[in-house]
Design a binder for this molecule. Sequence first.
Ligand SMILES: [Zn+2]
Length: 264
Amino acid sequence: MQWKTRGAVGALVLTLAACSQTPTGRSQLTLFSDEEIDQMGEQSFAQYQQQLPTVGGQTADYVQCVAQAITRAADIGESWEVKVFKDDSANAFALPGGHIGVNTGLLDVAENQDQLATVIGHEVAHVLAHHANERVSTQAATQTGLSVLQSAAGIESQGGQQLMGLLGMGAEYGIIKPFSRKQESEADGLGLELMAQAGFDPRASVELWQNMSANSQGQPPVWMSTHPSHGQRIDGLQGQMDRALAAYQQARADGRTPSCQRPG
Ligand SMILES: [Zn+2]
């Protein structure tokens, strides 16, 4: 694929010129064009679908309903592809190029539409803040990264799996940590804003992370060292809750009152 070699060769040259800013004003390294990153998202999503079976029916409708309310409120188009994957791990991801994946395991942890909106808002926030570009760029700027990108010809290869991780498709809440702490807290804050603007109750974000915490007993210590803890996430969310509640009330007043039916 063209982007692999082009990105790798250009990495050193572009380093100084390729800083951009996240929606929160943080500087970030982005060596790849939107088109290149979107293409990586497309390719990884296609491959992911070959690895896991998808689920349709009411479950898919429910997830689609929540995702669409969020992408609509964020004004980022309504043509996002949403798939539910049959997998017990409580995981979800959103990819550059407009793809959202939710595992069935997450639907056991997220008890209602507002809690599910917390996760989807968080994932979409990673995309809006160009976190995948930042991750892949950071890797590409190192020797390890060069080999990752060059060996990504087959997604089944080690390099291919690593690329999927960099794009946020590893276990977001599991052992493999595709995003940094900074990116996580940024996605938490932006995601909270997105869900509130879509008319989902932002207070549900705290409940979601409490559920996630109860669900992740026995995580190895390495997980804790590379992640913000659930408690830290909850503290961060509560610090932004007043503003989120105001946005939520405004959304409800404006008629954004999503009612997505969770299958029983
Ligand atoms: Zn995240």
